[in-house]
Design a binder for this molecule. Structure first.
Ligand SMILES: NC(=O)c1ccc[n+]([C@@H]2O[C@H](COP(=O)([O-])OP(=O)(O)OC[C@H]3O[C@@H](n4cnc5c(N)ncnc54)[C@H](O)[C@@H]3O)[C@@H](O)[C@H]2O)c1
Length: 271
């Protein structure tokens, strides 16, 4: 039977690459995104056209796809999308908490406004908790399911000038471990992936790395050149690298893996 996979932030970037990877595995998909700007975020977010592009390319790969415009800061919108999915596709087997912001940032912590802090935590940490809350009743009733939280190397080690992002992603790793313990007796597995900087790719409409470089006041080439010496394998990663790890974590092959925090970072956090 085809699994039903709910992905947040699926309009572009890692969310879109993960949707393609699950479509190739034969899954049906609930693809969602905010499809609107967030005032505090200094770079543009995904659009409805990009979400529809992700959906139509997954349909070409053979998946049935439902889409939902939702903000992970709003529990009612998330619950409505899950309800819509029940009617269109069925109950959710897999949740990929991918939607996230990296900005506002690029400044020391005392310069962050109250809203810079609360917006980041509300999207990057509270959002995954809300989405988990929405799908866990389905998973509990069927005694099984998998949740992946897309954290960051910034959830494992600190980076200067992104205190709100670092704190939210560290919190997301704590949430991952707590959920893993709470739901292991119900055969529900919860894991986190921690990507290093992901190269932007035109076919994924991704632009987060350009946003990070701009917040730090450097151009993208300089940012990459400064980053590479800290990566033992000598490269950054692609969104497809993250998607492959996610698909494996959701597979039967990873059936005994829960509470894991997996760096996909070409060795960045090994030092
Ligand atoms: N790009 C990187 O270098 C990098 C590195 C480490 C971790 N990550 C993490 O990977 C995940 C995906 O990042 P990406 O590089 O694809 O970024 P991206 O900005 O290209 O994609 C994120 C998507 O999330 C959506 N989104 C943002 N806020 C939302 C909200 N409140 N509700 C619903 N959707 C929302 C955006 O519209 C966007 O389409 C994020 O959680 C990010 O923190 C990215």
């Amino acid at each position: 039977m085809r699994r039903i996979v709910f992905i947040t932030g699926a309009a572009r970037g890692v969310g879109r690459a993960t949707a393609f990877a699950f479509a190739r595995e034969g899954a049906n998909l609930l693809l969602s995104d905010i499809c609107a700007p967030i005032e505090e975020c200094p770079y543009p977010l995904g659009t409805s056209a990009q979400l529809q592009e992700s959906a139509s390319r997954c349909r070409e790969l053979g998946s049935r796809v439902a889409t939902a415009v939702l903000d992970v800061r709003d529990q009612a919108q998330i619950d409505a999308a899950v309800e819509h999915c029940h009617g269109e596709l069925g109950q959710i087997d897999v949740l990929i908490n991918n939607a996230g912001l990296v900005g506002p940032g690029g400044m020391p912590a005392h310069q962050l406004r109250e809203s810079d802090w609360t917006t980041m935590v509300d999207v990057d940490l509270n959002g995954p908790w809300r989405c988990a809350k929405a799908v866990l009743p389905d998973m509990l009733s069927r005694r099984g399911g998998t949740i992946i939280n897309v954290a960051s190397t910034a959830g494992m080690v600190a980076f200067p000038f992104f205190a709100n992002y670092v704190a939210a992603k560290h919190g997301l790793i704590g949430l991952t471990r707590a959920l893993a313990l709470d739901y292991a007796p119900h055969a529900i597995r919860v894991n986190a992936v921690c990507p290093t900087s992901i190269r932007d790719e035109p076919q994924l409409d991704s632009g987060m790395l350009t946003g990070v470089a701009s917040m730090l006041g450097v151009d993208l080439e300089d940012y990459e050149a400064l980053s590479l010496p800290h990566h033992p394998l000598g490269s950054l990663i692609s969104a497809g690298d993250v998607a492959s790890a996610i698909v494996w974590l959701c597979s039967d092959g990873a059936g005994h893996v829960t509470g894991a925090v997996i760096p996909i970072d070409t060795g960045f956090t090994a030092r």
